[in-house]
Design a protein around this ligand. Structure first.
Ligand SMILES: [Zn+2]
Ligand SMILES: [Zn+2]
Length: 286
């Protein structure tokens, strides 16, 4: 019996498909339900397939945020976890059990997270470089430099559209840059302003961790990434995982705009306490 929700590895052409595809009915849409050290979660849907990446808020709060975008947690096909830090898995176990959804994450993340997750309805191991397919929605994990076990981020593919997620990484590596080429939209970490972090209230050891090669991207590092992946087809940049203590949205926005130059795509800042609207990727101006 076939089950097109089950994962299978596929090869993904990293080049953008320039064929004139018909506009997808109910094309790829996404919402950042929450972003920041208080909890992270991104909802993505395409052609009837529906996934969540991370569940860093309680099931109740995530459920409320889904209601806000006129959606529900019921009937999700999969929930992915990028890594085991609590701001990404805080609500994961109860959510998976209540809605009977399988978890997709690396063996390393599962090993570190399994005690706090509890008994799960299903676990599907994933690996960097091995895409997972849900119908035409393809989720491609790639490795990230972060102080977690086998952490990953994702590029989402759907009918030639490419949505990149890049949060919780300490530096801009060549591998990450390569993965984030030719995107239609990029959800990228702009965690802190270095001067604000240095002058701020965090203990020295925490400051050192955040600034390390396995910590979080500063506004400047985010700008470096944007400079190296910008292209005429990039239509949306979402600044993510922004610190409420060590950053200011306008500082992050100015740095990102400078890096993107003249043809700045649409830009929004994901918030900790409110979900973004459901954003149709194919409906963005381009
Ligand atoms: Zn995080
Ligand atoms: Zn983290």
């Amino acid at each position: 019996m076939s089950n097109d929700s089950s994962p299978r590895s596929v090869s993904v052409d990293s080049q953008k498909n320039d064929c004139l595809l018909p506009p997808p009915r109910g094309g790829l849409k996404f919402s950042i339900l929450s972003s920041g050290s208080g909890g992270n979660s991104v909802y993505i849907e395409a052609n009837g397939k529906r996934i969540l990446i991370d569940a860093g808020l309680s099931e109740k709060k995530l459920s409320q945020r889904m209601t806000h975008i006129d959606r529900s947690l019921n009937g999700l096909d999969a929930v992915f976890a990028t890594h085991e830090h609590s701001d990404h898995i805080r609500g994961m176990g109860p959510l998976l059990r209540k809605h009977q959804v399988p978890l997709y994450t690396t063996e390393g993340t599962y090993k570190r997270a399994c005690h706090s997750l509890g008994k799960l309805p299903g676990f599907n191991p994933i690996r960097a470089g091995q895409p997972v397919e849900f119908g035409e929605l393809v989720v491609e994990p790639y490795g990230t430099p972060h102080d977690a076990e086998e952490s990953v981020a994702f590029v989402i593919h759907y009918r030639g559209l490419r949505l990149g997620l890049a949060t919780d990484l300490g530096k801009v590596t060549t591998e990450v840059k390569n993965k984030l080429q030719n995107l239609d939209a990029l959800l990228i970490e702009s965690n802190h302003d270095v001067e604000m972090l240095d002058a701020g209230p965090y203990p020295w050891v925490t400051k050192r961790r955040i600034k390390s090669d396995v910590g979080h991207l500063s506004n400047e590092a985010c700008g470096e990434m944007l400079s190296s992946v910008k292209h005429s087809g990039l239509r949306l940049v979402v600044l993510m995982h922004m610190s409420g203590t060590n950053n200011h949205p306008e500082l992050a926005r100015i740095t990102a705009r400078q890096a993107l130059g003249q043809d700045t795509p649409e830009m929004i800042i994901a918030e900790q306490n409110h979900p973004t609207p459901l954003i149709p990727l194919n409906g963005l101006k381009g």
